[in-house]
Design a protein. Structure first.
Length: 137
């Protein structure tokens, strides 16, 4: 469905809800709503089913391809890349603390760097663990 048609459909529904809650008489509201439903019906008849179908197929394939790309090796590589980035940032923090001559901050920054390295190591080890299979007895 084109963006224009989607917008019109949404606008029609929104307008209908607005009329339901508007301070009009019941009869006026029902008449307005009947007209809007008629308009909506006419617009719905103009929707190109093939266009909608093709758009759904394209989006479904995009999702499928994205999920295929998100396999274990890709996830592992992303973690490795982010790990490098985190290590660099942790070292920059330590370097800044040393440069500024603040022993308390330096000590804490080194602890942060150490804990970060430990966390990244544990994460990498978990990625390396073979999948556990369930015993079926």
């Amino acid at each position: 469905m084109s963006k224009k048609k989607s917008f019109l459909l949404g606008a029609g529904i929104g307008l209908g809800l607005g009329l339901l809650f508007a301070p009009k008489s019941g009869k006026e509201t029902r008449e307005d709503l009947a007209k809007m439903i008629s308009d909506l019906y006419e617009k719905a008849k103009q929707i190109d089913v093939e266009e909608v179908k093709n758009a759904i197929i394209v989006k479904t394939k995009e999702l499928e391809n994205t999920l295929k790309d998100l396999d274990k090796e890709t996830a592992k590589q992303l973690i490795i890349d982010k790990s490098r980035e985190v290590k660099i940032k942790a070292q920059e923090l330590v370097d800044l603390a040393v440069e500024k001559g603040t022993p308390i901050v330096e000590k804490t920054a080194k602890k942060v760097k150490s804990k970060t390295a430990e966390l990244l190591k544990n994460t990498a080890e978990k990625l390396e663990e073979p999948k556990k299979t369930k015993n079926t007895a």
